[in-house]
Write a protein that binds this ligand. Structure first.
Ligand code: SAM
Length: 224
């Protein structure tokens, strides 16, 4: 029996032209596509004219579905894992599956491709020789502790944020690092209304408090 393999396939974070040729080849060759949201990924596959069985794998069923996916891989399946956008396992489901495969000696391969934090960091103009990816700050429990841990961080910090929390997060970052700390926001990367704003945390807070923020955000903050 041929060995099973899990391939993590990054998908566009906005502009559909960012899908790689190799991603298309892997999706075409897979026995099934494991997807965070089968409707979202179904639309992408339809756009690419690829027809594959889809297996739902998201934050709420990860533990439950894991064993089923592992069983398929043990029986030789070639599975592609995609999330709604960007690279699976980066602030998205995938880590548990990768860890389980590694523990069982099942082959795992990750294709390079779209992710929001790399263009946001490079475009920020802040040092990118050393950086720390923080993903989403905890919303309630642990938020204060996490921010306190970052007070003495010397590397550029990268955070993900949603439109309804961006103003609150910028206010908390101002309180933690001071309103003068250089920072950058990338909004709606690769999309029609893409916007990049560089300045101090205080300036960014003023900018994104002026009107209701819309879209997806990556915040980069200079280290101390
Ligand atoms: N797996 C994705 C990746 O590789 O970047 C991240 C998924 S996470 C659930 C979604 C968050 O990523 C958004 O809230 C936002 O912070 C960031 N993000 C995703 N797409 C983006 C875009 N086009 N522009 C700016 N930020 C984006």
């Amino acid at each position: 029996m041929p060995a099973g393999k899990l391939v993590l396939v990054p998908t566009p974070i906005g502009n559909l032209e960012d899908i790689t040729l190799r991603a298309i080849t892997v999706l075409k060759g897979a026995d099934a596509v494991v997807a965070e949201d089968t409707r979202t990924s179904g639309r992408l596959l339809q756009h690419l004219a690829i027809s594959k069985p889809l297996i739902a794998f998201h934050a709420h069923n990860e533990h439950h579905v894991l064993e089923n996916i592992l069983a398929r891989l043990r029986h030789g399946a070639q599975l592609a894992l995609v999330s709604d956008a960007g690279t699976p396992a980066i602030s998205d489901p995938g880590f548990l599956l990768v860890r389980a495969c590694v523990r069982e000696g099942i082959a795992v391969e990750t294709l390079p491709g779209p992710t929001a934090f790399v263009p946001a960091l490079v475009n920020s103009g802040l040092p990118c020789d050393r950086f720390v990816f923080e993903g989403f700050l905890p919303v309630k429990k642990g938020r204060r502790t996490r921010l306190d841990e970052l007070r003495t961080e010397t590397r550029t910090m990268i955070l993900y944020e949603s439109p309804h929390r961006i103003a609150r997060t910028l206010a908390d970052l101002c309180a933690t690092f001071g309103a003068d700390r250089p920072a950058s926001i990338s909004r709606e990367l690769t999309k029609l209304h893409e916007e990049g704003v560089r300045g101090t945390l205080g300036e960014l807070l003023a900018h994104f408090s002026a009107k209701e923020p819309k879209g997806e955000f990556v915040v980069c903050v200079a280290g101390i």
